[in-house]
Design a protein around this ligand. Sequence first.
Ligand SMILES: Nc1ncnc2c1ncn2[C@@H]1O[C@H](COP(=O)(O)OP(=O)(O)OP(=O)(O)O)[C@@H](O)[C@H]1O
Ligand SMILES: [Mg+2]
Length: 348
Amino acid sequence: MNSPELTQFLQQLHYPNLDKTLEELHLLGNIHVNDTHASIELLTANDNSFAILKAFLKQQLHQHFNTLEIHTNTSEKQMRHYGDTAQPNNRAPYASNVIAVTSGKGGVGKSTVSINLAISLAKQGYNVGLLDADVYGPNIPRLSNTDTERIRWNDNNQMIPSENFGLKIMSVALTTPKNDTPLVWRSSVAVSALIQFLEDVAWGDLDFLVIDMPPGTGDIQLTMAQELPITAAVLVTTPQIVATDDVSRAVMMFKDIGVPMAGIVENMSYFIAPDTKIRYDIFGSGGGERIAQKYHIPFLGAIPIEMTIREASDRGEPPAALGTKEQKQYYDDIVTSMCQSITFTTRS
Ligand SMILES: Nc1ncnc2c1ncn2[C@@H]1O[C@H](COP(=O)(O)OP(=O)(O)OP(=O)(O)O)[C@@H](O)[C@H]1O
Ligand SMILES: [Mg+2]
């Protein structure tokens, strides 16, 4: 094989478990063949997808070259384009709207925001499904008090989602022997499991499928955007990380792949002392609004940091369902702003 032949071969290869080729995903950098030595540069977004693709290419090419050098271009990493998902697959035709709750960083409150927004939508009478796409750190069963449930099948061989607080809920944590069994899947297997959750779960007709994404901008986010027409993404951030590259990267990723941003939620925004009622802007103020302005994305609202939000969430008592009037209002207001920022499809 010479350089053009190798380039052509690589361009048409499909990324493991995806319907997209390496060319469509813009993953190929410089490619050189020199006699029996090949050098391939991959423009992968993170170490995980680099490892997957490297292993896959070694397996595909080991017979063709004596030495095969596969490396990643770190300077390209930051500004990588994720491809155009103008026409993604639709693995969830039963859902009128798909909302992806995401963030650039871990621990900012995506799962807490996901379940409470989903409950707020369900309270308005919508049929709502909640998919826990965080296969390595699934928290939704605990947050929804369904963590003792295990997976069941119906007569059509479909998985039956758990139900609580008016939501249908699916998570890998329901499929493991115990809720806290760690998952050691490779990312490509995790991606296949999520596709199965989209296709083989008895969700019924949904007005909204809310997806609690894992942190970051990796394979799972990319797959979900390719396998589903995501109506809108909700970006969760905390004041202290709004200015970081992680947030920008998450915004750029969704822009790149053509997913509309419903807006930004600033979580753990401020603290009101329960005794004195004095407000403390522990992490500064106005960060979420600044980033919303910078990227021309709506600011959907702020949720303060409250001990009772954490305590109730840990007990599986979501504030949007069982919290104080004020706590319910935080999430209801965000849902109202979200519905103003995006035109959702309503079933007649
Ligand atoms: N507004 C809030 N006030 C107090 N505690 C909160 C608030 N929002 C989230 N928390 C707590 O912060 C912790 C992290 O929240 P959560 O698990 O929702 O974050 P995450 O972004 O989904 O994390 P990961 O990236 O690990 O999936 C949890 O203990 C949660 O109860
Ligand atoms: Mg989470």
